[in-house]
Design a protein around this ligand. Structure first.
Ligand SMILES: *[C@@H]1O[C@H](CO)[C@@H](O)[C@H](O)[C@H]1NC(C)=O
Ligand SMILES: *[C@@H]1O[C@H](CO)[C@@H](O)[C@H](O)[C@H]1NC(C)=O
Length: 417
């Protein structure tokens, strides 16, 4: 990762000298149009696959109109350009502007983009294959997409992606869920084959939210199965670290600085907090004889004692109710997960809560999700057969998506249809 950082820096400087920022014309419609399939309509389509990426797994474009930045060196007016994941997001000084654009405002009821800032999601498979298109790294669904292509899959015919603005939470996804529903129906109608949803991490929590709010007849008609890769359905401990200490979402190549302000403003971070106290039976944090549980009340108490701003309390309440829709999705589910890596399960404050020393209690997991929680979902959500859940020893949360055994398993499950 150190090397990558240096390469990143050099490439960024190069990029800045050549053309800054990188404008590109992104297709923004999620559902393909007739002309997209004209050229491929003679092929017999396979059982369709829709990829639902996780937190940070969609490319985002930004446009600035009379934006007033905190920094003099940031842009004020700029036509659409890639922000996530742009090269300047990766370099400390330039990251400050990007962080400024991507941070959300909160008016007490809803999150919104800062004044003068517009966002759009880059649609299509390409946007989830590489997050960084110029230099093709931070590859995400690349290996999985390639494997589907080896099997004869083609984008917009039987292979689709449903990226989203991953800063937000279900209350801002009404339109997205509607588009996802249309995408499922659209891909089904191409050859009357039921659709396979393949999700990663937070994408699985959203897919679940979507499915539990959809009528059973609709699911029976259109959805073949939900294949979850490292499903973050019960939240992740990482959410706490991000809120309390501004950790850079576990991504080594993002600078740590300023991520706290940013993450405090994103509903998704609260939506990804551990939430199910029947599963998280141990306190998520402990200070002396004080215990904090993964309940709404427990988090309010923790936020108060950590002196987080009032906004954090409001955002917690803004997302919390949405957790009630995270239950058995009512379709065939497979769970592919990692285990055997140290994964935080509990935070111990040693001497004092603010700026004191801390310690984590680790258990087996994929570095982000705990194995014991996943196994619980294996019992509650799958058909309890030995094939519905598959563990991959030592494969990390992000690594699962690119791991060749996981990919083989995903493609195998789809091909069984
Ligand atoms: C979230 O939804 C609210 C209500 O529809 C809207 O006012 C707000 O602009 C949305 N936020 C973003 C960032 O899209
Ligand atoms: C799986 O087994 C558990 C325990 O035996 C049971 O409670 C659960 O309902 C089963 N799940 C399904 C979907 O059959």
């Amino acid at each position: 990762m150190k090397n990558l950082k240096i390469i990143t820096l050099l490439l960024s400087i190069l990029l800045l000298i050549s053309n800054y920022p990188t404008h590109h014309s992104a297709a923004t419609r999620r559902i393909p149009q007739q002309e997209d399939i004209e050229t491929i309509k003679d092929t017999v389509p396979k059982s369709p696959v829709i990829l639902v990426p996780g937190f940070g797994g969609s490319r985002l474009d930004v446009k600035l109109t009379n934006f007033k930045s905190e920094h003099w060196f940031c842009h004020t007016n700029e036509d659409w350009f890639l922000l996530w994941l742009s090269m300047d997001m990766l370099v400390p000084v330039f990251a400050e502007c990007s962080i400024d654009y991507i941070t959300l405002d909160w008016d007490g009821s809803y999150p919104s983009n800062k004044e003068g800032v517009e966002f759009r999601v880059v649609s299509g498979i390409e946007g989830v294959v590489y997050l960084q298109p110029t230099f093709h790294f931070e590859n995400y669904f690349l290996n999985l997409v390639n494997e589907f292509k080896n099997e004869g899959y083609q984008e917009n015919l039987d292979l689709f992606a449903a990226p989203y603005d991953f800063r937000l939470s279900p209350k801002n996804f009404t339109l997205y869920f509607n588009e996802l529903k249309n995408m499922v129906e659209y891909s089904y109608k191409i050859d009357n084959k039921k659709v396979n949803l393949v999700c990663h991490s937070m994408g699985c929590k959203l897919s679940t939210f979507f499915l539990t709010q959809t009528p059973q007849e609709w699911k029976d008609k259109y959805v073949e199965q939900l294949i979850t890769i490292a499903p973050a359905v019960a939240g992740a401990f990482e959410g706490i670290r991000t809120l309390l200490f501004g950790n850079n979402f576990g991504d080594d190549i993002l600078p740590n600085k300023d991520f706290k302000t940013l993450s405090l403003s994103w509903p998704a971070v609260y939506f990804n907090l551990p939430y199910d106290d029947t599963l998280w039976t141990n306190p998520i944090a402990i200070f002396k004889d004080k215990e904090y549980y993964s309940t709404n009340e427990g988090f309010h108490q923790l936020f108060t004692d950590m002196e987080l701003p009032e906004k954090a309390h409001q955002l917690l309440d803004f997302v919390w109710d949405d957790n009630q829709y995270i239950k058995n999705p009512g379709v065939k589910v497979s769970i592919l997960y990692g285990y055997g890596s140290d994964t935080h399960s509990q935070l111990i404050f040693k001497d004092k809560m603010i700026d004191g020393s801390i310690e984590y209690i680790d258990k087996s997991g994929d570095g982000v999700l705990l194995e014991e929680l996943i196994l619980n979902y294996c019992e509650q959500w799958t058909d309890n057969t030995s094939t519905s859940c598959q563990g991959f020893k030592g494969v990390c949360h992000q690594c699962l998506v690119s791991n060749k055994d996981v990919i083989k398993s995903v493609v195998g499950r789809v091909k069984q249809q």
